[in-house]
Design a protein around this ligand. Structure first.
Ligand SMILES: [Zn+2]
Length: 472
């Protein structure tokens, strides 16, 4: 990583409050090595440390959160796909999708990079330090491969490089327009002519990210609408060659999709997937909104992660995932910003929690499952999403302990929503009482990328974004 103009931060730190898997250290001492990894965590300042060498972080220091599901280019459409489709039945997911298709038709490689960089700056400032980019734009405006078939994937990598965010790039396999339907003209930029060319793209990207500790590559069969059983077998051949690779898929987001699946395949989508793919902890099922309790029991037992994107699911009118029941069965989950209609870690978690409060008409949205131990809701939401995101993106993140990457978010201790809190409740303050970003400093892989609330390159990145979205 070179492009972010970042400040390297190897060394020794005293954090006023350091998030730990089992609580907090107040203060906590932290050592970051030159590879950007956490070398040591101490409850007391080691005798061998010279106090003059110890840098101070006066806020609440948290592990960076994974944003496990993003379509970065959709940031350019945010707030602009609200109504106006003129569809006779009114506005719904499918009318939004038509607007999104019209938007992506026009995007050049430079546009994709400019929009993605803006989205990634906003993610970093929100407290996300790693993003899972579910990247389905592959072909040129005529639906033909670029001279470099990885052109648009590499634009995503360039945007990540310019911002310093860590990335699990998930190139998407998309071969058809619906179950047994050819792709439509509007889908031409998403489609690979054959699975072999997709497999070549994945191998090319794997070589391209080798040696960059912030970058991983996974695979993403788009959805059961867009891939067949044979395509899933081809995905399996790729993941067999690369053990531990993340596999992400959209599933059961809309009732229209569930109905199509039942009508054409004779099963609901999650049940069909579980019957036709070896779903395990490498897998992330994005949305799973309309899973039945039997399906979600099986997902929980598989070790897979459910990727919840509450703001997008609300914006698109998808429905509400039965999180209270699923979490109570020990199911793993994480969060994503998906369409990037708004980019906010706390808004995602807050909406997730409030949806459950509204449905169940109680305030403890998630049940206490661990040894009867009570945890504050902000902490429970944050920690569960941390663990799910780390597993989903297959990166060494999600906790501040030796061997993990130094991805840190320092919350401003003087932010109004945090005043008067003890460390035990401070995440409730962030989650439920804040409406402005309060991540003061953000580090990824041992390099500061946000300082005093500002990203190092936010101005130039914003200007490029402005030029793209201001164009007719
Ligand atoms: Zn998505």
């Amino acid at each position: 990583m070179s492009g972010a103009g970042v400040e390297t931060a190897a060394g020794r730190y005293r954090a006023a409050h350091l998030h730990q898997p089992a609580g907090w250290l107040s203060p906590g001492y932290l050592e970051i090595d030159t590879a950007g990894m956490i070398a040591a965590v101490h409850a007391d300042q080691p005798r061998t440390w010279e106090t003059a060498d110890v840098r101070r972080l006066d806020g609440y220091v948290l592990p960076g959160m994974a944003n496990l599901h993003s379509h970065a280019h959709q940031r350019g459409l945010a707030g602009k796909g609200e109504g106006g489709s003129g569809a006779p039945g009114g506005e719904n997911f499918w009318t939004w999708r038509a607007q999104m298709y019209a938007f992506v038709e026009r995007l050049s490689p430079e546009d994709v990079e400019a929009i993605a960089a803006q989205a990634y700056v906003e993610m970093l400032k929100a407290g996300f330090t790693t993003v899972g980019e579910f990247h389905y734009l592959h072909q040129d405006q005529n639906g033909e491969p670029y001279a470099n078939p990885a052109e648009l994937s590499e634009r995503i990598l360039s945007a990540a490089d310019a911002t310093g965010i860590a990335l699990t790039l998930l190139p998407v396999l998309y071969t058809r327009g619906g179950i047994d339907k050819p792709p439509s003209h509007e889908q031409r930029r998403f489609v690979h002519r054959d699975v072999g060319s997709f497999a070549q793209l994945v191998e090319h990207l794997l070589m391209g990210v080798a040696g960059n500790p912030l970058w991983h590559v996974g695979v993403a069969p788009h959805s059961l609408r867009a891939v067949s059983a044979d395509d899933l077998a081809a995905i399996r051949a790729i993941t067999d060659r690369h053990p531990g690779m993340s596999v992400h898929t959209h599933i059961a987001e809309q009732m229209g999709e569930v109905e199509e699946c039942v009508a054409r395949l004779g099963m609901r989508p999650i049940a069909w997937l579980l019957a036709h793919a070896d779903v395990d902890e490498q897998w992330t099922l994005i949305h799973a909104t309309h899973g039945t309790s039997e399906e979600l029991d099986a997902v929980a037992a598989s070790g897979a992660t459910v990727g919840l994107c509450p703001m997008t699911e609300a914006n698109l009118g998808d429905g509400i995932f039965p999180l209270r029941d699923y979490h109570g069965r020990g199911g793993g989950w994480g969060i994503g910003t998906d369409s990037n209609v708004a980019i906010s870690l706390v808004d995602e978690l807050r909406l997730l929690d409030y949806g459950q409060r509204l449905i169940h008409r109680r305030r403890d949205a998630l049940p206490v499952t661990e040894h009867g131990e009570t945890r504050q809701p902000g902490r429970l939401l944050f920690d569960t999403a941390l663990a799910g995101g780390a597993r989903s993106l297959a990166q060494p993140i999600g906790a501040i302990r030796p061997g993990m990457r130094a991805d840190l978010v320092e919350l401003d201790p003087d932010a109004v929503p945090l005043l008067g809190h003890r460390p035990e409740t401070v995440l409730d303050g962030w989650m439920f009482a804040s409406s402005a970003p309060i991540a003061r400093n953000v580090m990824v892989g041992g390099a500061w990328v946000v300082r005093e609330g500002h990203h190092m390159r936010e101005r130039e990145i914003l200007e490029r974004f402005r030029a793209v979205v201001s164009r007719d």
